[in-house]
Design a protein around this ligand. Structure first.
Ligand SMILES: [Zn+2]
Length: 317
């Protein structure tokens, strides 16, 4: 995998998966927070997800102009979460924004709540985390620093962030035809969020997975349906592809997709046994250790959140 050497952004690195498919992988401590894709189909340049901040998105637009000869013409929003769409405004004058119909609706409902929450609370959260950092044990500091940078980005960028809505929506599938390649959006219901779209590049065997895949970091599973997520991941395993670009973490292969499936299966197993033994309360969940093969993954605090969410979902039936 080549890395574009003659470009620098403090927010992400560019990985050329082919000469026309580029993955922008978020850097720790940068303000991209999630990954994005930049794809030159010939005649159309697509951006898949626009990061969490306009600053990071500006760098991607600049890369497109300098290295592909012009700004992106189409934006695909994979799902409504803030770290995937709040860079939309940077591209809005020059590109058309697409998403599934449900994602567009979620941006205006749950997404608006998220925007209001972060606008009201980010400064306080930042202060609290900085306090926590002072007394935190050494092994927790690296993770805490990432969260501090996350809230720092929100405090600095939210005052000039405007959420731009998708102008074109689709329900299940949507194909984009360039002069050299084509790309197809597939929409899945209820996996990571109410609606998650992947971008499949059949000619090059690449799937841009967004948050249906996390690599070397705990996924956030508390806004979806884990059983539907497993079904969706099973379907994506059938795609003829060998590179999978996650929403968070480095570009993966089938091995990483299989590990994600295993993580979800283990979370379900752990939660089922907690509920069965009557230990699915706060104290019981606190006792659960991260399974050995996931212990080196980033964002360990998501693990308990996931187990808690799943226990509640199982109890609710
Ligand atoms: Zn997400």
């Amino acid at each position: 995998m080549e890395i574009a050497q003659n470009f620098y952004s403090k927010h992400f690195t560019i990985h050329a998966l082919t000469d026309s498919v580029l993955a922008a992988v978020a850097k720790d401590g940068g303000w991209a927070i999630s990954n994005a894709g930049l794809i030159d189909l010939g005649g159309q340049i697509i951006v898949f997800d626009t990061f969490m901040t306009p600053s990071a998105a500006e760098d991607l637009r600049k890369f497109s102009v300098e290295h592909l000869g012009r700004p992106p013409t189409m934006i695909v929003n994979s799902h409504y979460h803030n770290d995937h769409i709040w860079g939309n405004q940077v591209f809005a004058d020059e590109a058309v924004i697409l998403s599934s119909l449900q994602t567009r609706e979620l941006i205006t409902t749950a997404g608006q709540e998220e925007f209001d929450y972060y606008s009201a609370n980010s400064a306080l959260r930042l202060e609290a985390l900085q306090g926590e950092f002072q007394t935190a044990p050494e092994e927790e500091k690296k993770d805490l620093l990432l969260w501090i940078e996350y809230y720092q980005a929100l405090v600095e960028e939210l005052p000039h962030t405007r959420v731009h809505l998708p102008q074109i929506t689709f329900e299940n599938r949507f194909k984009i035809h360039g002069t050299k390649y084509s790309a197809e959006c597939f929409c899945f219901e209820g996996g990571h969020t109410g609606s998650d779209t992947v971008l499949y590049l059949a000619e090059t065997g690449i799937v841009l997975m967004s948050d249906l895949l996390f690599v070397n970091c705990h996924p956030y599973l508390a806004d979806g349906d884990l059983f539907k997520l497993l079904t969706t991941l099973g379907k994506l395993s059938q795609f003829d592809a060998d590179q999978f670009v996650p929403g968070h973490g480095a570009v993966g292969t089938r091995k990483e997709l299989d590990l994600m499936i295993e993580y979800v299966e283990q979370c379900i197993e752990i939660s089922q046994s907690l509920v069965k033994s009557g230990d699915a309360d706060e104290d019981g969940i606190k006792e659960v250790r991260v399974p050995a093969q996931f212990q080196h993954w980033q964002f360990p605090r998501f693990f308990q959140i996931n187990i808690q969410f799943l226990c509640q979902a199982l109890k609710d039936g």
